[in-house]
Design a protein around this ligand. Structure first.
Ligand code: HEC
Length: 275
């Protein structure tokens, strides 16, 4: 619901009502047109997320029928409306507006048909879940790692021993440029030399919706288990992310995670917050 748009439309209707009854006498036909436009604007811009155009067309067809019923409910008003239309079509003084209407209406229809037909075809949305909930625990080289409580064992060194922390970071850099940059890129923007062959693309770690939203244990799971470890809703077969558990040690994975955060400048998401 877009409350400001709706309030603006209601305010405009009230203003027209005041002006329309005090100063100029609007007949029922004019009111119908005003209500039709107001309802169209409210349906098109007042609702969030937007309604599909087919639904708007359906509602507007109902609105048109309801307004016609309203118009024909009073035979005197119906007569006035008819006369207004007939005089618009026959009287000389309406010549120019009539000509404009006769040319503009087919032009608008033609433009609509043309613009609908020239829309480029869109592939259907794949609906892949990018960040599925992780499993409660994973098995890593015979040890069970509880993902809800696992922490990067070297994270504390950042405060307590910056030199040791820098070494883990340097080791992470080596691991990244030996293994990851082919896909995730020199700048971690997801456009390494292999990236263009993949769909989905390798994650762009600079994007604020990736590692900055995730806990380190979540990254550990994704790096250790790769695409094969993804649940069904993430269509694991569509991702090229390798499972690194047989190639990197536990320490190496935590180190490369440190490097991902140091390089991008993001902080990992705190433990205990939901994904
Ligand atoms: C063969 C290409 C390839 C290589 C090499 C690769 N990745 Fe990936 N990675 C991907 C793709 C594709 C995705 C996105 C799809 C997905 O989430 O599985 C991804 C996703 C990720 C994610 C998940 C990000 C998120 O927001 O959920 C992490 C973390 C990650 N990679 C880390 C790494 C690390 C660390 C390395 C190196 C040890 C690495 N990747 C090597 C292709 C690769």
């Amino acid at each position: 619901m877009n409350i400001f748009v709706l309030l603006a439309i209601i305010a405009a209707l009230v203003a027209i009502q005041v002006v329309g009854t005090r100063f100029v006498k609007l007949n029922r036909l004019a009111w119908m047109a005003i209500w039709w436009i107001a309802l169209y604007l409210a349906l098109s811009f007042g609702i969030d997320p937007p309604l599909p155009t087919t639904i708007i067309a359906l509602f507007m067809a109902i609105v048109t029928l309801a307004l016609l019923a309203y118009l024909s409910a009073d035979s005197e008003e119906l007569e006035t409306a008819k006369n207004t239309i007939v005089s618009f079509m026959t009287e000389r003084k309406y010549m120019v507006p009539l000509l404009i209407a006769v040319v503009a209406i087919p032009l608008l229809v033609a433009f609509k048909v043309y613009s609908d037909m020239t829309q480029p075809p869109q592939p259907p949305a794949s609906g892949r879940t990018i960040h599925p909930p992780p499993p409660a625990s994973i098995n890593f080289e015979g040890n069970t790692i509880n993902l809800a409580t696992a922490n990067n064992p070297y994270r504390d060194l950042e405060e307590s021993d910056p030199e040791a922390f820098a070494q883990h970071n340097a080791n992470g850099r080596r691991i990244y440029f030996e293994n990851c940059f082919y896909c995730h890129g020199d700048n971690m923007e997801g456009s390494g030399m292999f990236a263009h062959g993949y769909d989905p693309l390798p994650a762009n770690f600079n994007d604020p919706t990736t590692i900055s939203q995730l806990q380190e244990s979540y990254l550990f799971w994704r790096i250790a288990k790769g695409a094969p470890g993804l649940p069904g809703e993430s269509t694991p077969w569509a991702s090229a992310m390798p499972a690194w558990e047989n190639f990197l040690t536990e320490e190496e994975i935590w180190d490369v995670i440190i490097f991902l955060y140091e390089f991008t400048g993001y902080e990992p998401r705190a433990q205990g917050m939901p994904h």
